[in-house]
Design a protein around this ligand. Structure first.
Ligand code: SAM
Ligand code: SF4
Length: 462
């Protein structure tokens, strides 16, 4: 009999992708996704512990579904970072919780679920898997239908590695995702081929530190070499990756932006702080100037590259002058967008022991100042695109108006425009008619139409 699973996901792309993998896995065990928790037989909260806010949401989510346990005996589970770190303690704390499943245990989920269904046992599985089995592909089996195509069928995440060996002093990731483990290039390429065979046009290669790709594998292969091989795959049009650590960003990878036609002109390169003193305390392994040098190199190799980053304000010991250095770095780089966070101490990390804490009020002020400045830069960068024709991969209906389509440029900017749903999954040239603070408005043009901007990317791969 068909059953229903409802998953609530918090945190980064890694977690989003884990949810996608869990859904595929459960589909093979007759559990289909529902967007309505009330009709679910299994509710899973896929958690994140990287920052404080998502963690609080987890506990309130669990509280929200307690009545469903009482009324219908729904099975409730917690997955992801919080599950990995808290383990049994979660079962002790929440009596109506049935399952705690760690970041490496996803492939075991169907068996664990069955065990709970049969015996009613409460289960906690959080051991780390040293053989990398948890990284194996869980492939979608059903081909998409054009017209009702789902957004995640046009583009897809592909995990190339997991874990992290960096141990930045603020970060919980190495403790909850384990050490770096890479998948073999053969497996990755097979997965990308399978996805393109099902209509996927764009892949985003995922890893906490993609530059570390290849470490520990029998084959000798760098991340840039992996990109070269993926670039050869027929039917694939676009490649992205995230996240790249600035200290490990090699000259070879920078060159890939001019060498590989399918590699999109966008890099997410978190800098975290512009102060050398704070970068050192964060254990980041680079300075403000060495970061800026890499940015200059990227801009030189690929002048149209879009740049985004993560930044933290209010790290212990951050004085006004350190914060000014962060603002200075932002002004010099002119990022297309920034993900900015207030520092929050994570239990088990080194920085959680640091004394010189920044007051919450000061953190908030710094965050607002930084976000105001970035808002203007992002808007201005969007305005610079007005009148240009850009290649857009059509992803689906617009979130703004159901009659419109939405897609992304190679630089990862969202464009809304009028068009037929049959265009979903296609690359179309779109003239940018209006810039908004967080998106662009456009109209489809014919490929031949001349434009004031470089059309190289608009006609490529058509
Ligand atoms: N691997 C990436 C890198 O090295 O830049 C980052 C991955 S981390 C999951 C995503 C972002 O969360 C970080 O870049 C950082 O800005 C933010 N973050 C991580 N720990 C944090 C903390 N304790 N407080 C505030 N922000 C944090
Ligand atoms: Fe966390 Fe640093 Fe690893 Fe990124 S590189 S995942 S911030 S420890």
């Amino acid at each position: 009999m068909e059953k229903r699973v409802y998953i609530e996901t918090y945190g980064c792309q890694m977690n989003e992708h884990d949810t996608e993998r869990i859904l595929r896995l459960l589909e093979n065990s007759n559990y289909l996704e529902t967007k309505n928790a009330k009709e679910a037989d299994f509710i899973l909260i896929n958690t994140c512990r990287v920052r404080e806010k998502p963690e609080h949401k987890v506990y309130s989510a669990l509280g929200r579904y307690k009545w469903l346990k009482e009324k219908r005996g729904v099975i409730i589970g917690v997955a992801g970072c919080v599950a990995q770190q808290e383990g049994d303690k979660l079962l002790d704390r929440i009596p109506y919780l049935d399952m705690v499943i760690g970041t490496h245990a996803i492939p075991m989920l169907p068996q664990l679920l069955q065990k709970i269904e049969v015996s009613g046992e409460r289960i906690c599985e959080i051991s780390f898997d040293q053989n990398g089995k948890y990284l194996e592909a869980i492939l979608p089996q059903k081909p998409p239908v054009v017209g009702s195509i789902r957004l995640d069928k046009v583009k897809s995440y592909v995990t190339i590695m997991q874990g992290c060996d960096h141990f930045c002093s603020f970060c919980i990731v190495p403790y909850v995702r384990g050490r770096e483990q890479s998948r073999s290039s053969r497996e990755i390429i097979e997965e990308v081929r399978h996805l393109t065979g099902m209509g996927v046009k764009e892949v985003c290669l995922l890893g906490q530190n993609v530059n570390g790709y290849g470490k520990g594998l029998e084959e000798e292969i760098s991340f840039s070499e992996l990109l070269e091989r993926i670039n050869e795959i027929v039917g694939l049009h676009r490649i992205r990756f995230t996240t790249s650590h600035p200290a490990d960003l090699s000259g070879e990878l920078i060159q890939a932006f001019s060498k590989l036609p399918k590699l999109c002109e966008h890099i997410h390169l978190p800098f975290q702080s512009g102060s050398d003193k704070i970068l050192k305390a964060m254990h980041r392994g680079y300075t403000k100037e060495s970061y800026l040098k890499k940015i200059d190199h990227l801009k030189e190799v690929c002048p149209s590259i879009a740049l985004t980053a993560d930044v933290i304000v209010g790290f212990p010991g951050e004085r006004e002058d350190d914060f000014r250095q962060t603002l200075d770095l932002m002004e010099r780089v002119q990022f297309d967008d920034l993900y900015s966070f207030k520092y929050s101490p994570r239990k088990g990390t080194r920085a959680a022991q640091f004394q010189d804490r920044v007051e919450e009020k000061v953190k908030q002020e710094r965050l607002s100042t930084l976000q105001e400045i970035q808002k203007e830069i992002t808007f201005r960068k969007n305005q610079e695109l007005e009148g240009c024709v850009k290649e857009v991969l059509v992803e689906g209906r617009s979130r703004q108006t159901a009659q419109d389509l939405a897609g992304r440029t190679r630089s990862n900017k969202i464009v809304n425009f009028k068009g037929n749903l049959e265009l979903v999954g296609q690359l179309v040239p779109v003239r940018i008619t209006k810039a908004h603070p967080h998106s662009l408005r456009g109209e489809i043009v014919s490929v031949q139409e001349p434009s004031i901007c470089n059309l190289r990317s608009a006609i490529r791969n058509r």
